[in-house]
Design a protein around this ligand. Structure first.
Ligand code: FAD
Length: 397
């Protein structure tokens, strides 16, 4: 029997496996993928080291997020540009990296392996059940089906996983809180390598924004996400249709991408709801499985890594008899709970603004760069002001 079984080896699960092994626990960890980190379903954007003070000021477990190998960095960016529906650019300074996410994920797994975690790829967990004071984890792999037992289970298997329900916890199912996304990597893009760009406008991306992130050497990650309730009923378009429309017809984006050609396409799901209860009987939820994403900007790498580290520590304290597993929820709330709650409130305010391009245009004119700065940093006080302003505007229209 293992002390801990981890399901999912994205940044959340790998960090949890690493942390639990480092605490001296025996750990087995599964991922159904053939190759860790592939396909890359991510914009690969991370704040630079000093930017964490602005976005997650209470976070302490930042060693991995600040100390990953420099070779993983593809581009250094220093700004964010938000385009209004009418094409007006609002800029803010925020230092970030575009990393190679598949290399990042592999590096995290290598840390777990070095600490002694038993890592198993091509291993899909199809059932988990609590019996005789332990979890039985059922695995399907190329070698066949088998099960392992563990005293604590850590689910880090991404957004809206059915495994959450098998352990008696909730999974996100609300269409307003789940954003299906599509992204394509383009070669031959004529983009500013110094900034990431966000484009609003209901013709291109109702209810959210499309993005162009530089990937270096003329490559650009172009994507968008639209929640189901925001898909117009009178336009029978898929996400791919919207992306194609954005690339071909957006007056600014189409210029930058006119000679570019896609080299890959991938879909994904971003949870943008409030954090879920993350502790059950001998089980913890980490990362997207717990909605640990800053919903306003769709950022989940930092929170999944920190949450993973905390889950490993909490499991160790629990199994050592020093604390209940509830300590995990207290720990993550202390480190990044504010950012999650505020990000969710801002997202709800954005939902109101994006109902109409006119509201969005006016709102941005009124608050301009200051608003963008708060939006990026998931700031509480300003976000609250911002929300009341949105409510007022909405009532006058
Ligand atoms: C298109 C897109 C762009 C994004 N861009 C950014 C960005 O630029 N910056 C940022 O910070 N965040 C971004 N995010 C969010 C970020 O990618 C996630 O928040 C982050 O990956 C969460 O990590 P995780 O470990 O919780 O889950 P995941 O990375 O989703 O990993 C879950 C793992 O679990 C495995 N798995 C699932 N079910 C099972 C099972 N039953 N058995 C075995 N294995 C299983 C999967 O194969 C997967 O490897 C983006 C997300 C998407 C979809």
């Amino acid at each position: 029997m293992f002390d801990v079984a981890v399901v999912g080896l994205g940044p959340g699960g790998s960090s949890a496996a690493y942390s639990a092994s480092r605490e001296g626990l025996s750990v087995v960890a599964f991922d159904r993928r053939r190759e860790i980190g592939v396909p890359i379903q991510c914009g690969e954007y991370l704040p630079q080291e000093h930017s964490f003070d602005e976005i997650l000021p209470n976070a302490r477990r930042l060693d991995l997020l600040k100390g990953f190998p420099r070779e993983i960095i593809r581009v250094k960016t220093s700004g964010v540009v938000l385009y209004s529906p009418g094409g007006r650019a609002y800029r803010d300074r925020f230092d970030g990296y575009i990393i190679d996410r598949s290399e990042f994920d592999k590096w995290l797994v290598s840390l777990a392996v070095d600490e002694g975690s038993d890592i198993r790829i091509e291993s899909s967990v199809y059932r988990v059940e609590w019996r005789d004071d332990r979890y039985r984890v059922y695995v399907s792999s190329p070698e066949g089906k088998y099960s392992v037992d563990a005293r604590v289970l850590i689910l880090a298997c991404g957004a809206s996983s059915p495994l959450n329900e098998m352990v008696g916890l909730e999974r996100e199912t609300d269409d307003y809180n789940l954003t299906p996304v599509i992204q394509m990597m383009y070669s031959g893009a004529d983009v500013d390598e110094d900034s990431i760009e966000l484009y609003t406008g209901n013709d291109y991306c109702p209810g959210a924004y499309a993005w162009i992130f530089p990937r270096g050497d003329g490559f650009a990650n172009v994507g968008l996400g639209i929640r189901r309730p925001y898909l117009p009923k009178d336009r029978d378009w898929s996400l791919r249709d919207y992306l194609r429309h954005f690339v071909k017809h957006h007056p600014i984006a189409s210029e930058k991408l006119k000679r570019a050609r896609p080299v890959s396409v991938v879909g994904g799901l971003v949870p943008v709801g409030p954090p879920l209860r993350s502790v059950g009987r001998n089980v913890l939820l980490v990362g997207d499985a717990a909605n640990h994403v800053i919903a306003s900007v769709g950022a989940g790498i930092p929170t999944s890594v920190i949450g993973g580290l905390l889950a490993g520590e909490a499991a160790s304290k629990y199994l050592g008899g020093d604390a209940s597993l509830d300590i995990y929820e207290e720990m993550w709330r202390r480190e990044f709970g504010d950012a999650l709650e505020t990000g969710y409130k801002i997202r709800r305010a954005i939902d109101v603004m994006t109902r109409s391009d006119k509201i969005m245009e006016r709102g941005l004119r009124l608050f301009g760069e200051r608003h963008l700065s708060e939006f990026i940093r998931a700031r509480m006080s300003s976000a609250t002001r911002f929300m009341s302003w949105v409510g007022r505007i909405a009532k006058t229209l």
